[in-house]
Design a protein. Structure first.
Length: 385
């Protein structure tokens, strides 16, 4: 059983070591406080844990609502083979975001306070409530995989009956808080460089999340297939790659209009540091992927995988730039995370990879089967009971 949960490869042992180090750092943080392990300050109270673990982690989970909507709302059943992995990725993504928040919050035992003392006009309240609600929705979207594995057909039938309403609620919640993450930065108009600040930040963040979600579907599907020795769903991922290209084109055109309309271009001369990372974000994460996805490379498995990785990197860098890099000129200093902060973030990624492997090795996440014949199970059967 242990071997089934943990595949003893050298990379998995490395990942396990990273998780153990992260747990040790987290314990040290809880004992001695944030100041003992971070480079946070009054100027930079939001460090890499918010910029990466939260801002990026939530965006990485966007593939869940995108593929669920494609299969259940638009009834494109051919995408069903990649639905369960996408929902699992989203569920783990939100779970790990919550873990990251528990490490980052100064008083983590008060994480429930938004439910009781929430400020009705706060974007952060909306994000908190939607994340909690969507995490619950993802649980119910994925739990049928466990019920199928246990052959608990009555419970499966109950959850399956409300799948479409769950997906609709999940899409609504995702659209709300994916955009609201951008709303959190609207208060930083004076601090944030015009290269990233815009009144359109909510819509910008939504488009980024869609691109990240599609990129994660390609990345996760290819990586898991190679890891588990399964065939890659090339015909589906080619289609996802085409959709990713179209989203990136839309994002590019929108941002060009946005930057021009709000007179942001002169900010390119304000700081060489900010301009450099703005250029890297756009070149590596947007423009080069658009070009490559417009060629036959989109149909090549390895090339498509690395193009998706470039898009993911671009969105990650974009969130870090908007949360940290873009404020360096205003504050006159550059924040760089401590090794302990990086260790926690690395541990969260490693834990996600290990948990994902354990789940897909024990539950029918990738099995291409039809819906179980639940109606044929007699009510008097021990299984039905």
């Amino acid at each position: 059983m242990l071997r089934k949960l943990f595949n003893p490869t050298k990379w998995n042992f490395v990942a396990l070591a990273v998780v153990v180090i992260g747990i040790g750092v987290a314990a040290y943080r809880y004992i001695f406080g944030l100041g003992a392990v971070t480079n946070l300050s009054d100027d930079y109270p939001w460090g890499i844990w918010v910029a990466f673990d939260v801002m990026t982690g939530v965006a990485m989970a966007a593939g869940g609502f995108l593929i669920a909507g494609t299969v259940h709302i638009f009834n494109l059943k051919e995408y069903k083979p990649i639905l369960r992995p996408a929902v699992l990725t989203a569920f783990l993504g939100y779970f790990l975001v919550i873990v990251g928040l528990l490490v980052d919050l100064g008083l983590p035992w008060r994480i429930y306070h938004p439910l009781i003392f929430g400020q009705a006009h706060s974007a952060m309240l909306e994000v908190a409530l939607c994340v909690m609600a969507y995490f619950t929705v993802l649980f119910f979207e994925f739990i049928p995989v466990f019920l199928e594995r246990m052959n608990w057909m009555r419970a499966y039938r109950t959850i399956h009956a409300v799948t479409v309403p769950l997906v609709i609620v999940g899409i609504m919640l995702s659209c709300l808080h994916q955009s609201s993450l951008g709303s959190l930065l609207l208060l930083a108009k004076e601090q944030l460089s015009p290269l990233w600040y815009s009144p359109s930040l909510p819509f910008n963040y939504f488009l980024q999340a869609v691109a990240m979600g599609l990129g994660m579907v390609i990345f996760e599907s290819t990586w898991s297939a190679r890891t588990l020795g399964r065939p890659v769903e090339d015909h589906l991922l080619n289609s996802v790659g085409k959709g990713l290209r179209n989203v990136l084109i839309l994002f590019t055109l929108w941002r060009l209009v946005d930057l021009t309309y709000h007179g942001a271009w002169p900010a390119l001369n304000r700081s060489a540091y900010e301009t450099f990372w703005f250029g890297v974000e756009w070149a590596v994460g947007v423009l080069i992927p658009i070009i490559l996805l417009s060629t036959p490379l989109r149909t090549k498995q390895t090339a498509r995988f690395w193009i998706a990785a470039m898009v993911i990197f671009g969105v990650v860098l974009g969130r870090i730039n908007a949360t940290l890099t873009g404020m360096s000129s205003y504050f006159g200093q550059i924040y760089f995370p401590s090794w302990q902060e990086l260790a926690i973030s690395a541990a969260i990624i490693a834990a996600g990879l290990l948990i994902f492997q354990a789940v897909v090795r024990t539950l029918p996440v990738f099995e291409e089967v039809e819906e179980p014949e639940i109606e044929a199970v007699p009510e008097t059967s021990p299984v039905a009971a």
